[in-house]
Write a protein that binds this ligand. Structure first.
Ligand code: UDX
Length: 444
């Protein structure tokens, strides 16, 4: 590597949520492996566990956020108030460095714009990381047009209709609420509102070639499409919660491809009715299940107090319920045959990388467009059309794990996994794109 100083720092500024921190840290590992020194500037709220990443330096920015604040509120507050604290932290850090050390660039989450302002003030180049997919950004770009044409469906009856010129989405798949915030994100993507030279996409070209090409046409930034990030270089644990390992020995005792793994990511919450329907759906499926219920994710309870009284007794050893796991390890386990997911983008990529087909139960944001693609384009997902309803859940688990239909989906998922493996090998598209990103950063 051509080294232009004792340390060639890349400063990472993640958005403080699991689905955003993980890909940012993974990108850090990949860049570190090429010789860059990694500085992570993060909030105190949801801060990564620095002891898991001894090769990185961490700078903490104080804040008063709590789990009661919504993600959109936190992002807004960060953008409104964090320019000064970040600038101060970074300036102090730079003062302490040797004369021949340099900061090559700041890479910040696409939804954060305050790091750009600091980059401009300190004359440091700036790059964005999109932790979400291109499909969603493209779907968003259609929404203002649909509004202008008076085509936004408002009636429940028309939400099922296909959106003109946006195959295969239905109105109900589009992000019609949280609209102003989402459009801002899109403006960030196409570079008109952020002074970034490049966007790193946490996605795979093989999944999103067309959507990426369409977005690139609208954008002045360079695009680098680099996933599976977690397969480029192994990383330390990026979990913000403690992982329970007991479920791995439980999985070891299950038949190959027999288990449905259930997790709704780090932000989705449930009401009691949905929890009970999920429980009886899993019980009625007669398949073994590994179910992550995040503490605090069921409204009105700390953890699993609201599960039906006789549920655990009925399912016995067939069900394993935990608070948090190493999801990539679980998905790679030979006993796991399917993943019932909220279709968060990281979960989707992790499932594809292990060749595991999915049951899709999207909740908000990008999850609905992802679910639609999983079921209709990539052919590796079954959508729950009626949300959490015990009968439909039981049938979906059986279709995925037992029926020929599920086996077909698994075959397709394994094909995608193999293509993903090729993409990170020498000469593959992610491999090349990552090397091009490294060259881009070195050119600053
Ligand atoms: C959010 C959004 O919901 C998602 O749609 C968006 O794309 C990113 O931000 P989240 O809901 O947490 O993220 O979902 P997801 O993107 O799937 O990320 C969850 C992460 O938590 C995954 O990397 C997964 O491996 C990890 N996880 C989940 C664990 O490590 N352990 C668990 O028990 C469950």
């Amino acid at each position: 590597m051509q080294k232009q100083g004792r340390h060639n720092w890349v400063v990472l500024v993640p958005c403080p949520f699991q689905g955003h921190t993980t890909p940012m840290l993974q990108l850090g590992y990949a860049l570190h492996s090429t010789g860059f020194s990694i500085l992570v500037a993060h909030t105190k709220f949801n801060s990564p566990n620095s002891s898991n990443h001894p090769d990185f330096v961490f700078l903490t920015m104080p804040d008063n956020f709590s789990n009661h604040d919504g993600p959109f509120e936190i992002v807004d507050a960060l953008n409104a108030n964090f320019k000064a604290p970040f600038k101060e932290c970074l300036a102090k850090f730079m003062e302490k460095q040797e004369a021949d050390d340099r900061v090559s660039c700041i890479i910040s989450d696409l939804v954060l714009d305050f790091p750009d302002d600091v980059a401009k003030d300190l004359n440091i180049p700036s790059v964005a990381l999109s932790t979400g997919n291109a499909l969603f950004a493209l779907a968003l770009s259609y929404v203002p047009r649909l509004h202008a044409q008076g085509l936004i469906a408002l009636q429940d009856s028309s939400l099922q209709d296909l959106v003109p010129d946006l195959h295969p989405f239905r109105f109900k798949d589009l992000p019609l609420s949280g609209f102003a915030y989402m459009v801002k994100v899109l403006h960030n993507v196409i570079g008109s509102k952020r002074s970034v030279s490049a966007v790193v996409w946490n996605t795979m070209d093989l999944l999103e070639h067309q959507s990426l090409a369409q977005l690139q046409q609208q954008s002045q930034c360079l695009f680098f499409t680099i996933d599976p990030l977690h397969k480029i270089v192994p990383s330390g644990s990026t979990s913000l919660l403690e992982e329970e390992s007991s479920c791995i020995s439980w999985l070891d005792n299950q038949a190959p491809r027999s288990v449905i793994y259930v997790s709704l990511g780090s932000t989705t919450s449930l009401d009691e009715k949905a929890l009970v329907e999920m429980a009886w759906g899993l019980a009625n499926s007669h398949q073994p299940f590994l179910w992550v219920i995040r503490p605090g994710s069921v409204s009105g309870s700390q953890w699993i107090e609201l599960l039906p009284e006789n549920f655990r007794e009925q399912v016995g050893d067939r069900g394993c319920i935990v608070k948090w796991v190493s999801q990539t390890e679980v998905l790679a386990h030979r006993a796991v045959g399917g993943f019932w997911s909220h279709c968060g983008w990281n979960s989707t990529l992790e499932s594809i990388c292990e060749g595991v087909p999915m049951i899709c139960w999207p909740h908000f944001g990008d999850q609905k467009v992802t679910a639609r693609y999983l079921s209709t384009v990539w052919g590796i997902g079954l959508e729950l059309e009626h949300g959490a309803e015990r009968g439909e859940i039981g049938r979906a688990v059986k279709r995925l794990l037992v029926d020929e239909e599920g086996k077909e989906m698994r075959r397709r998922a394994i094909e995608l996994k193999e293509k993903a493996e090729v993409s990170v090998r020498e000469g593959g598209s992610s491999f090349n794109s990552f090397n091009a990103l490294v060259e881009h950063i070195r050119s600053f």
